[in-house]
Design a protein around this ligand. Structure first.
Ligand code: ZN
Length: 316
């Protein structure tokens, strides 16, 4: 994703409770952090997954096969795109639950990884592809866990999981180079268009900090509030009730095409502005397993499961 220099004031927004209805409670199975960590490891074992690479091709096959046995319908949405004079075969990986239903929501992440570690301190690393443990694999791992749960028990609403390709292929500062898969999917949505969407990006750091993201708030503030209120109910240490920086990411492409989408993102990783030196690994060779925690990913996934089964039909 791109770093936008937009910072918002009003740092402490408290969620208001709406006490009218008795709260539904999610009592289904929970995601296991170790399992999600193993899903990150599996993706990393393919090596970097930037478009055109061996790892990209092998990981695509693996993910399609994984979702094929856990969704009502799963398929690749393939497309060719030319970026900086080079043409790539790309594929969004799609898993649909109750594809016949017109009332649907979208859960998404990007599965490709950045072709160059252009933020690395060491100049000799800056043309090397990254492993993308957090920037790529973490969001996919959470959605793999959710897919496993949905394969056994679905909420009433239709759900699409889409893993976007070509998110991270752009040159720093060039909006048009990024977001190839979400741009394509938003224009050529392959199922009934969903009512809204939730994007996961950078959701695996040990000390993740998920703040309200202003573009998400503008797109669907009720949905943002709902997710953060479930996080509060679950006493998540990772979801902070304060406004962070706006970030240009796949959700912008979806919002531009009428799918109101919010982003759950550890936004201070973007641009390497974290106060913690360990957390300054975005778009560097250090985006590896050492920064990742199953606890963070299972927390995000369990908040989403709670949302899907208790509240997803209430935020239209
Ligand atoms: Zn990235």
């Amino acid at each position: 994703m791109l770093f936008l220099m937009i910072s918002c004031g009003n740092p402490k927004l408290e969620i208001e409770n709406s006490p009218e209805l008795p709260e539904k409670v999610y009592s289904g199975p929970l995601l296991n952090g170790d399992t999600l960590l193993s899903y990150v490891r599996t993706q990393l074992d393919f090596g970097p997954r930037n478009p055109g690479s061996k790892g990209h091709s092998a990981c695509k096959d693996f993910l399609l096969s994984y979702f094929s046995s856990r969704a009502d319908s799963s398929f690749l949405q393939t497309f060719k795109t030319t970026v900086y004079g080079k043409t790539y075969e790309m594929a969004n990986i799609i898993a649909a639950y109750s594809p016949e239903k017109k009332e649907r929501i979208l859960l998404c992440a990007h599965w490709d990884t950045r072709p160059f570690a252009d933020e690395d301190k060491d100049a000799s690393n800056r043309t090397t592809p990254i492993l993308g443990a957090n920037d790529g694999a973490s969001g996919v791992a959470v959605l793999m866990g959710i897919a496993e749960t949905l394969s056994k028990n679905k909420p009433d609403i239709g759900i699409d999981i889409i893993l976007f390709d070509g998110e991270d292929i752009g040159l720093s500062g060039d909006q048009d180079g990024f977001f190839q898969g979400s741009r394509y999917a938003a224009k050529h949505y392959p199922i009934h268009k969903p009512k809204y969407g939730i994007l996961l990006d950078l959701v695996g750091d040990k000390d993740a900090e998920f703040r309200f993201e202003p573009i998400s708030q503008q797109a669907h503030s009720v949905l943002v509030d709902k997710i953060w209120s479930i996080a509060k109910k679950q006493q998540s240490p990772f979801f902070l009730h304060e406004v962070g920086n706006a970030v240009s990411d796949d959700h912008v492409m979806l919002n531009e095409h009428g799918i109101r989408t919010i982003n759950i993102i550890d936004v201070n990783l973007v641009g390497n502005i974290s106060t913690d030196p360990r957390r300054r690994y975005w778009h560097t060779a250090d985006d590896n397993l050492s920064n990742i925690s199953g606890t963070t990913m299972s927390n995000v996934g369990n908040i989403l499961l709670d949302f899907l089964f208790t509240s997803s039909d209430s935020v239209y």
